[in-house]
Design a protein around this ligand. Structure first.
Ligand code: SAH
Length: 212
C-alpha cells in the first residue's frame, strides 16, 4: 500500500525504473491522484492501471515511468502525446520540457479530452486536440519526441513523418507473439527499433491503427 505520491515515486526509483533526476522531479511534482477518478482515489498510488471513463484506463505507474525514461525528453523539446486520456502523461511531459518546450496532446474521445482539459489548465505549455492521433498533428510538426499510449499493429506512418531525424517514438506495437513496448529512433533511412517489455494496452483506434 502506498499512501502518497512520494511513496509511489520512491518505489519506482528503488526498483530502478525511474533514473533521470529531471524525470524523477516531474513524477514528484505531478500528483497521480489528481488524474484518477474520485471514486478510485484511495488506489491512486498503487502500481496498476485503473479504469477511467469510456472503457479506457490510466496506465500503470511502472509503465508510464518506463515509457517516460525511454522517451528521453529534455527541456525545450516539442512532444506529441497520442492518446492523452486523463492527461497524466501530458502533465509529466509538461514538467520535463518546461517553459521553452511544448506538449501536444491528441485524444479521440470527447469525454476524456474534457477530463484531461480540466486537469491540465495549470499547464500552460500543453495544447490539446480532439481527433485521430494515428494521423499525428501535422500543423504542429515536427516533433522531437512522440509517446503513444494505445497499441497499434505498427508505427503509424504519419507520426513517423512528423518526427525529426534523431527523434524518439515510444509506442506499444505488435511484436512476434504479443504486444511489446518499443522504442524507435528515427534515422535518415527509416528507424531503429528496440523492444522494452511485453505490455497490455487499449487499441489505437484510427486510420493508421485498428478499425472501430
Ligand atoms: N496517456 C494516458 C493513457 C490513456 S489510455 C494517461 O496518461 O492517462 C489510451 C488513450 O488513447 C485512451 O484515452 C483512448 O481513448 C485513446 N485513443 C485510442 N485511439 C486513439 C487515437 N487514434 N487517437 C487519439 N487517442 C486515441
Amino acid at each position: 500500500m502506498f499512501r502518497s505520491n512520494d511513496e509511489m515515486v520512491d518505489d519506482l526509483v528503488a526498483r530502478g525504473v525511474l533514473r533521470t533526476p529531471e524525470i524523477i522531479a516531474a513524477f514528484r511534482a505531478v500528483d497521480r491522484a489528481r488524474f484518477v477518478p474520485p471514486a478510485l482515489r484511495s488506489q491512486a498510488y498503487e502500481d496498476y492501471a485503473l479504469p477511467v471513463a469510456a472503457g479506457q484506463t490510466i496506465s500503470q505507474p511502472l509503465i508510464v515511468a518506463a515509457m517516460t525514461e525511454a522517451l528521453e525528453a529534455r527541456s525545450g523539446d516539442r512532444v506529441l502525446d497520442v492518446g492523452t486520456g486523463t492527461g497524466y502523461q501530458a502533465a509529466l511531459l509538461s514538467e520535463i520540457v518546461g517553459k521553452r518546450g511544448r506538449v501536444f496532446g491528441v485524444e479521440r474521445l470527447k469525454e476524456l479530452l474534457d477530463y484531461a482539459s480540466q486537469r491540465l489548465i495549470r499547464y500552460k505549455n500543453v495544447d490539446l486536440r480532439l481527433g485521430d492521433g494515428s494521423l499525428g498533428w501535422k500543423e504542429k510538426a515536427p516533433f522531437d519526441r512522440v509517446v503513444i499510449a494505445a497499441a497499434a499493429p505498427r508505427l503509424p506512418q504519419p507520426v513517423v513523418e512528423q518526427t525529426k531525424v534523431g527523434g524518439v517514438i515510444v509506442a506499444p506495437v505488435e511484436g512476434m507473439l504479443w504486444l511489446e513496448l518499443a522504442v524507435f529512433r528515427k534515422t535518415s533511412k527509416g528507424f531503429d527499433r528496440k523492444a522494452l517489455m511485453p505490455v497490455v494496452f487499449v487499441p489505437l483506434v484510427g486510420e493508421h491503427g485498428y478499425r472501430e
